[in-house]
Design a protein around this ligand. Structure first.
Ligand code: IMP
Ligand code: MG
Length: 185
């Protein structure tokens, strides 16, 4: 039992459920990219955990790279401002690129990222997101591989943070309201 559990109100998705979903997605990716050498692009820092599990469920020669973009401060609401803090190391021209993201909320971050990556002329560009909050979406996004839909609640764990913490919780959890007290977002 994690010492962070006293801050947790509810476990939304257990590590076992996540594990089986990620292995299912890995099998689909392996099938869809058969004969190719896809480049998985993880969005720092939240996607690190799902990236690590997903890549080990892909039975293909694949490569990984990371980008860091910012659309959030330390609070829980979108600022609408998107900046590239760390760009890819790899040239993606002609590559089959699969973006790996922890959660799609408004979709603003990914829609910006898609436009920016498409301009580099990849052979293909698809999205894999562990979580999605459909009720919060502000732009249309075609998510090829989706783990779970979650309600409009701020979730942490399995890579997702609140103010930098809780990423190392193995389950996807909702925090107690008192944990957020003092947050302006
Ligand atoms: P979007 O641009 O609104 O789709 O924001 C997506 C980004 O916001 C994600 O990559 C997360 O970093 C962050 N985010 C959105 N919702 C949550 C949440 O419930 N918990 C933790 N991070 C979140
Ligand atoms: Mg993120």
């Amino acid at each position: 039992m994690s010492s962070m559990m006293p801050d947790v109100q509810e476990v939304l998705i257990s590590s076992e459920e996540i594990e089986s979903k990620v292995s299912e997605i890995g099998a689909r990716v392996s099938e869809d990219y058969r004969g190719e050498r896809p480049l998985l692009v993880g969005i720092l820092r939240g996607a690190v955990v799902v990236m690590s599990d997903l890549m080990r469920n892909i039975d293909l020669p694949c490569e990984i790279d990371f980008m860091d973009i910012s659309s959030y401060g330390t609070g829980t609401s979108s600022s609408g401002v998107v900046r590239i803090l760390k760009d890819l190391e790899e040239d993606i021209t002609g590559r089959h690129v699969l973006i790996v993201e922890d959660i799609i909320d408004t979709g603003l971050t990914l829609s910006y990222l898609l436009r920016s990556l498409l301009a580099r002329k990849p052979a293909s560009l698809e999205i894999c997101a562990l979580l999605s909050k459909p009720s919060r979406r502000r732009v249309e996004l075609d998510v090829k591989y989706l783990g779970f839909e979650v309600p409009d609640e701020f979730v942490v764990g399995y890579g997702l943070d609140y103010a930098g913490a809780y990423r190392n919780l193995p389950d996807i959890c909702v925090l107690k309201p008192e944990v957020f007290s003092g947050d302006e977002g």
